[in-house]
Design a protein around this ligand. Structure first.
Ligand code: GUN
Length: 310
């Protein structure tokens, strides 16, 4: 038998889907907050058992303001959870060799359980090479080929945080996945491909759509669940979804000009969905807060794995 992927259950189920009723706003912020409380207990147990904190190191190269905001949030959450945090900033002039050396040092550091190199990296640095240099047992993003390979072989170590967070939202709201027709839009290694794999493991019938898909609306309208990770702001709306579909929006855009300047936008025109779909994630407050929560959970999983080996 194939091993089933399991998301740790959480006790507080706040909503159930009801077809034909008002649209349920799938509140990723609330799901992340509920899971955070459970994770705190897991961190405390780890500290009691092993006499040290699970540790996450975050490496950022360059001065991109948005990336710095994301990294600050990750560092803050790590500390709030009672975990050990390392924050390494390298200038945009850092060479690929310097970044690789930083990763190598963290690989050797026994106090570090997770190493996250914030992407994107400056153009002169090969991100594949850097990600691949991370010890797979310390890769909380689940992005090394070793970890992606394990995921696709049905022997997951950790799954990439965003799609793993989507699975946790579906699980929290008791949205059945087994046997459902699911369309995923986007085929990146960080979201679309692992999303399709996690859904397949959960017994969904998945159609993986992308920029070259012909008649995209045909696929999305046929789906009972649609995960939109197209990377294009306000890409699709009501007419693309079946009545009572569940819509998960992975998009995150902050345009600096135009009608929506300065606002955080998703890939979906959320305001069009009420009265048509059964449930949808808003942006902000949907998938976004789950990504960071799953990063923390993955780091603790890696810490527990490492500690049980020693
Ligand atoms: N940049 C944007 N999202 C992510 C993520 O999930 N992981 C890493 N390493 N970089 C990112």
């Amino acid at each position: 038998m194939w091993k089933k992927l399991r998301i740790p259950p959480i006790s507080r189920v706040t909503h159930r889907l009801s077809l034909g009723g008002p649209m349920i706003r799938l509140d990723g912020k609330a799901v992340a907050a509920a899971r955070r409380e459970l994770l705190k207990t897991r961190v405390e147990r780890f500290v009691t058992q092993h006499g040290r904190k699970p540790g996450l190191a975050v490496v950022i190269v360059g001065e991109d303001p948005a990336s710095h905001v994301y990294v600050k949030n990750k560092v803050k959450t790590t500390t709030e959870l009672g975990m050990a945090s390392r924050h390494i900033e390298l200038p945009h002039t850092a060479s690929e060799a310097e970044v690789l050396e930083t990763v190598a040092k963290l690989n050797r550091d026994a106090a570090v359980d997770g190493i996250l190199v914030q992407l994107p990296l400056p153009k002169h640095i090969d991100s594949n090479k850097v990600v691949e240099a991370i010890d797979a047992e310390k890769d909380p993003d689940g992005l090394t080929t070793a970890n992606l390979g394990l995921l696709f072989a049905g022997r997951k170590r950790v799954a990439p945080c965003t799609p793993w967070g989507v699975m946790a939202i579906l699980e929290h709201y008791k949205i059945p996945v087994a046997g459902k027709r699911v369309a995923v839009i986007g085929r990146s290694n960080i979201v679309g491909k692992p999303m399709a794999q996690l859904l397949t493991e959960a017994d969904a019938t998945v159609t993986l759509c992308h920029s070259r898909t012909k008649d995209l609306a045909h696929h999305t309208r046929d789906a009972e669940i649609v995960v939109v990770a197209a990377g294009k702001q306000r890409f699709i709306g009501r007419e693309s979804f079946a009545k009572d579909a569940v819509v998960i929006d992975v998009g995150m855009h902050r345009p600096d000009s135009g009608e929506f300047a300065g606002k955080l936008l998703g890939d979906v025109k959320f305001e069009e969905l009420e009265g048509h779909v059964s449930a949808a994630t808003p942006v902000p407050g949907g998938v976004g807060p789950m990504t960071i929560q799953m990063l923390m959970e993955n780091t603790v999983t890696l810490a527990e794995n490492r500690a049980s080996k020693n």
